[in-house]
Design a protein around this ligand. Sequence first.
Ligand code: MEV
Length: 313
Amino acid sequence: MGRGSGRGKSILFGEHFVVYGLPALAAGISAETVALVSRSKDLGWRIDDRRPEVPGYKAKKLDEQTVSINNVLRAAGLDMSDKGVFIEYEGDLVCASGFGASAASCVSLARALSDEFGLEFDDDKINEIAFEGEKGYHGTPSGIDNTASTFGGLVWYVRNLDGGAPTFEKLRLRKSIHLTIASTGLTASTTDVVGDVRAKKDQNPSWFHEIAAEYENLVHQARDALLEFNLDRVGELMNKNHELLQNLTVSCKELDKMVEIARENGASGAKLTGTGRGGNMIAIAPDGGIQKRIGDALERNGAPLVYNTTFGL
Ligand code: MEV
């Protein structure tokens, strides 16, 4: 039996801006999806998906998952017309919008296939295959999710706007950072929200340019602050990044409320993460006690899913 894993992810800085070639910082979180692949005598593939989920997530993504698995198998060079595989998914990463569940499943599957069929793919190849898998979930992914999921730690990521390979750098922090992720329970379509931002940008290029220029300045400062392990400064910059995303119109009242609760309960900083208009919020905390306080406050205020994790190592 072949086995492989892929981490969940969280975009710390740069959702939406990354689409236009600006740098983003993403973290592979400690929770992961595990794929197990065994050969079966029935041709083609079958799955048993035992990943934990927010109700309805897996059913909703079933068609996209089918396209994605076919993409991964094709990119791995496996012709399923003469073989059969049984794919099992498990692990502690909860399937919910914004946790990188789709990327983690693609990465784990690519690794499990490599293991089962003796393909000896290195991480760059796994990342490349997972990117093909991600296309099954949303048409034009930037590639940041599969990169964070493959490499873990912290990734400085710049998309290549000409369609070539992205530039990315793996960063390691001195220590891990406490991260709380909370879901609004609302699912927004990445394709729709990215499309809407693009339409607004095309309508008013100078409006977009001004916000993007501020972001670009901010993300370089965020990188330095993370490497210096200056959590207060990282937090301040997260707060500022949230404001820029509000200006881009991708926040919503539920996200703004959760950001406020996290800050009131001791977060060094908080912002929306991922697509926005629903999805998730993240907050960083200076220690485990404050992280728990933030998580508890969010739960008390009705957040349907709160996840305390770490990133950076
Ligand atoms: C979605 O997790 C992040 C976006 O920047 C889209 C992308 O990078 O593909 C909104």
